[in-house]
Design a protein around this ligand. Structure first.
Ligand code: NDP
Length: 279
């Protein structure tokens, strides 16, 4: 019997954890499919997307730098993916390609699985890039009341507010003192900047965490144990990294490709193992 195909499209894709968590999940569901790495340059993108129209293709994940460029090559893009401004999942059905974005779902599922009854009154969001956009839409759906946005380029934070959620977002100046003033009232602090992949790298001086009230939670979209999370934990704050978001966005993608419920525990265990293998 012929295998179905699904994979990750990006440049590069060698670093991706997706194959390590999607293949065991497909196997667990009994679906005869292979999840592949599809390194794809910008020039090769149209050909790669066209190849997804064949009957044996389930779809694909999309990562940098193609999340935006891929949109015009698809038949349909969901309103959510359009609002976020990025496609991270393509679903192929009878030759028709739909682009979706599962990052907002991934963040939301990760947060609520750990803190199901968390008060989302005041949130401080660091960063205003693609991942921050998905987080804002997740927070909106979860009923957050106010999201303070702190980004090194304030104009980008202002654009985020104007384009996505004028009533929810409140950009502030990118200096440390402006941030300090907001932390005391925060229920949740989210690092959606690119800082944290290397030790010694953090978005602000960590002693600022002394300002956060007991019971608040700190999360990082980076999926390693960052210095920020370590410092939060040392102060008795709730803290969790971005692996749950990564796994849940992948689980949602798997459900869209297969119509079956994703084996989330299998995916999480595989992702944890793969991360440890690379450490
Ligand atoms: P973008 O490039 O779109 O945005 C990067 C953000 O980080 C911007 O706000 C940028 O600020 C800020 N930034 C970058 N460098 C610095 C710096 N030196 N000092 C201060 N701020 C900085 O990236 P993404 O939004 O796609 O990704 C952000 C992070 O989230 C990455 O670490 C990524 O790996 C992670 N991620 C995790 C996911 C998960 O499933 N766990 C999913 C998606 C992303 P400025 O606007 O001023 O340039």
């Amino acid at each position: 019997m012929k295998h179905l195909r699904v994979g990750i499209i990006g440049d590069p894709v060698e670093h991706s954890i997706s194959p390590a968590m999607q293949q065991p999940a497909l196997d667990e569901l009994g679906i005869l499919a292979v999840y592949e790495r599809w390194p794809t340059t910008t020039e090769a993108l149209p050909g790669r997307i066209a190849s997804l129209r064949s009957e044996d293709a389930l779809g694909a994940n999309v990562t940098a730098p193609h999340k935006l460029a891929v949109m015009e090559l698809l038949d349909d893009v969901t309103p959510l993916a359009r609002r976020i401004g990025a496609v991270n999942t393509i679903i192929s059905r009878h030759g028709k390609l739909t682009g979706d974005n599962t990052d907002a779902y991934g963040f939301s599922a990760s947060l609520t699985s750990r803190f199901p009854s968390m008060d989302l009154g005041r949130i401080v969001l660091l960063g205003a890039g693609g991942a921050a956009r998905a987080v804002v839409l997740a927070l909106e759906t979860l009923g957050a009341r106010e999201v303070v946005v702190w980004n090194r380029d304030r104009a980008k934070a202002e654009r985020l507010r104007g384009e996505l959620a004028p009533d929810l977002l409140r950009p502030i100046d990118p200096d440390v003192e402006s941030l300090r003033g907001e932390l005391a009232n925060a229920d949740l602090l989210i690092n959606a900047t690119s800082l944290g992949w290397h030790s010694g790298e953090h978005p602000f001086p960590l002693d600022l965490l002394d300002e956060i009230r007991a019971g608040a939670v700190v999360t990082d979209l980076v999926y390693r144990d960052t210095d920020l999370l370590g410092a939060a934990r040392a102060r008795g704050l709730g803290a969790f990294d971005g692996l749950g978001m990564l796994v849940n966005q992948g689980a949602r993608g798997l459900e869209l490709w297969t119509g079956k419920s994703a084996p989330i525990d299998v995916m999480m265990a595989a992702a944890v193992t793969e991360r440890a293998r690379r450490a």
